[in-house]
Design a protein around this ligand. Structure first.
Ligand code: AMP
Length: 561
């Protein structure tokens, strides 16, 4: 029997309309470069607008795109920083019937061109600071017909129009095209750590549901009274959905443009009274160092309005969570997700009865947390049999839900999917544990696990523990070849400025937390661990760099190297 409920399709124009009307006066702030200093560094300038103005310009953009004669569903790419103009594209492109394809600006230009070609983008909105890429992209991407530059350009680029002038020449869209809620609205490519990147298409429905599920208190806690600064780039899984979530609930949005250094972020948070922010652990490490510095030098920042700082993208070490809480009374909240999950999958919010700043609380906060409503997670072994949710058995993390991918763009493979009892599950490629209360902990990417004597060692657990050592700034643990055990852990460590640390000290520091056979067999000190385009350690490069390291070369197993 059918219900009596209206089958209203869940589409992005609802978000745009709400921002345009209900929250018309709410502010949208962007830091954008206004000239350069003597060292040639861009100087940040504050730009302020409102949801009303952003929505109006988004509708002009929609009309301008339609006037180009694109067919519904065609892709419009952005190579852009976090700013109000990018927000206009978020709202205007899908509402006019096209697919917003946010491209990672940190990729090599050849990879960018590969992605633009694979997606068959016909329009590109490119930030002025990346203008130098235009000739190469034009030459490499024959389908790319229209390029518009976001922001002022010192001198005109041949054949390229300014975005502001282009949209100003069109009246705002009066009527939305008919949209099916399952139509594609957004597109992101995975970071492609193995093989070519894969395209994931988000739907209008998945975007609306993801926004609804992200806002509640036990998720990201976004409401009208908030000022939200997504430091995570808008090209990386829709800045974790925050631009849509904020527009739906009327939160003030604050964008840092191309500025991600600790001092600029700390000042921006203070000046705009930011209450929620989101970024990868490396961003938070930079901010913590800046907060420590400012306090030690007697000029601390006032971040008293900050309610929660969301960390995800890779594991947040417990020491980082403790550092913010204990030294600055700031709450880092861990979340987990992927390009394939829009991204929000789990959030680690401490349940009632547990003190957030107790040892038990910190242990839970260092986990990736419980799944948000409508997302299901489970563990399977290599034969697709269930692995118990007992908090210590490791298994392949499987996920399913209305904002989880069910296939990749132009991909027939279906290698990452498993059907169980008629239900499709996505194999995340993560190895995890889940405890009796549903708290999930990522132990590793499947390919980064260290397999020693047929047993698994979690590189993430070791890294997190080692990063708790006061002389360690960063640590990545990788496998080295071992004649007897196949693989053994090697710790690659960046010491804090002006400090040093020995292998013996590291092992002594973490030994109480691990079985003896988990402890690294060697430690190498380095100045820098390579970081990829989405802010994660590039373990593939580290493995390449240290591939000649073998356990047999470290007979004493307690030396410093
Ligand atoms: P991406 O698609 O680039 O967002 O990468 C997704 C992958 O990042 C996940 O499969 C995890 O391996 C990793 N990841 C995301 N969030 C976390 C987290 N909080 N802790 C550990 N790993 C994470």
């Amino acid at each position: 029997m059918q219900s009596n409920m209206m089958p209203v399709p869940l589409t992005i124009p609802f978000i745009l309309e709400r921002a345009r009307t209900t929250y018309a006066a709410r502010e949208v702030v962007s830091l954008l470069p206004v000239g350069r200093n003597e060292q040639g560094q861009p100087i940040p300038g504050r730009h302020s607008t409102t949801y009303g103005a952003v929505a109006e310009r988004a509708l002009r953009l929609g009309a301008a795109l339609q006037a180009l004669g694109l067919a519904q569903g065609e892709r419009v790419a952005t190579l852009a920083v976090n700013s109000f103009r990018h927000l206009e594209a978020y709202l205007g492109v899908p509402s006019a019937g096209f697919v917003l394809h946010t491209v990672n600006i940190r990729l090599h230009p050849e990879q960018v061109a590969w992605i633009l070609n694979h997606a068959e983008d016909r329009v590109l909105l490119i930030e002025n600071v990346f203008g130098a890429m235009i000739p190469a992209l034009r030459a490499a991407c024959p389908k790319l017909e229209h390029i518009y530059v976001l922001g002022p350009t010192p001198q005109p680029i041949a054949g390229v129009e300014g975005y502001d002038e282009w949209i100003a020449g069109h009246d705002p869209l009066r009527q939305y095209p008919p949209l099916d809620e399952n139509d594609a609205a957004g597109m992101c490519y995975t970071s492609g750590t193995t093989g070519n990147p894969k395209g994931v298409l988000y739907s209008h429905r998945s975007t609306v549901l993801h926004s609804l599920a992200s806002a509640p208190k036990d998720a990201l806690n976004v409401g009208e009274a908030d000022a939200v600064l997504p430091i995570v780039p808008m090209f990386h899984v829709n800045a974790w959905g925050l631009p849509y979530t904020c527009a739906m609930f009327g939160a003030k949005q604050v964008f840092a443009g191309p500025f991600t250094d600790g001092p600029t972020l700390a000042r921006l948070m203070q000046d705009e009274q930011v209450s929620i922010s989101a970024g990868v652990p490396t961003i938070w490490m930079g901010l913590l160092a800046e907060l420590d510095r400012a306090r030690n030098e007697g000029g601390p920042y006032d971040l008293s309005g900050m309610e929660r700082m969301i960390v995800g993208g890779s594991a947040a070490p417990e020491a980082l969570i403790r550092g913010f809480q204990e030294r600055h009374d700031l709450k880092l909240v861990q979340a987990w997700g992927m390009t394939e999950t829009h991204p929000l999958g789990t959030v680690s919010v401490v349940p009632p009865g547990v003190q957030a700043s107790s040892d038990e609380g910190y242990t839970l906060r260092a986990k990736q947390g419980r799944s948000v409503p409508l997302i299901e997670i489970k563990l399977l072994n290599e034969h697709n049999d269930p692995v118990p949710h007992d908090g210590h058995s490791m298994g392949r993390l499987m996920v399913r839900g209305p904002w989880v991918v069910d296939s990749y763009f132009k991909d027939e493979g279906q290698h990452n999917f498993v059907t169980l009892d008629g239900q499709l599950w996505f194999d995340t490629g993560d190895i995890a544990t889940i405890n009796e209360k549903g708290f999930m902990q990522i132990e590793d990417r499947a390919k980064d696990l260290i397999k020693s004597g047929g047993e698994w060692i979690s590189s993430v657990d070791l890294e997190n523990a080692i990063m708790g050592h006061p002389a360690v700034a960063q640590c990545a643990v990788i496998a080295m070849d071992d004649e007897k055990w196949d693989e053994r852990p090697l710790a690659v460590v960046v010491p804090r400025a002006g400090q040093t640390v020995t292998h013996a000290e590291i092992v002594e520091f973490i030994a109480p937390k691990f079985a003896r056979w988990w402890l690294p067999d060697a430690t190498v000190l380095t100045d820098n661990i390579p970081i990829g385009a989405t802010g994660k350690f590039l373990k593939r490069e580290l493995r390449q760099e240290y591939r000649h390291y073998k356990t047999k070369d470290f007979p004493h197993r307690a030396d410093t190297f």
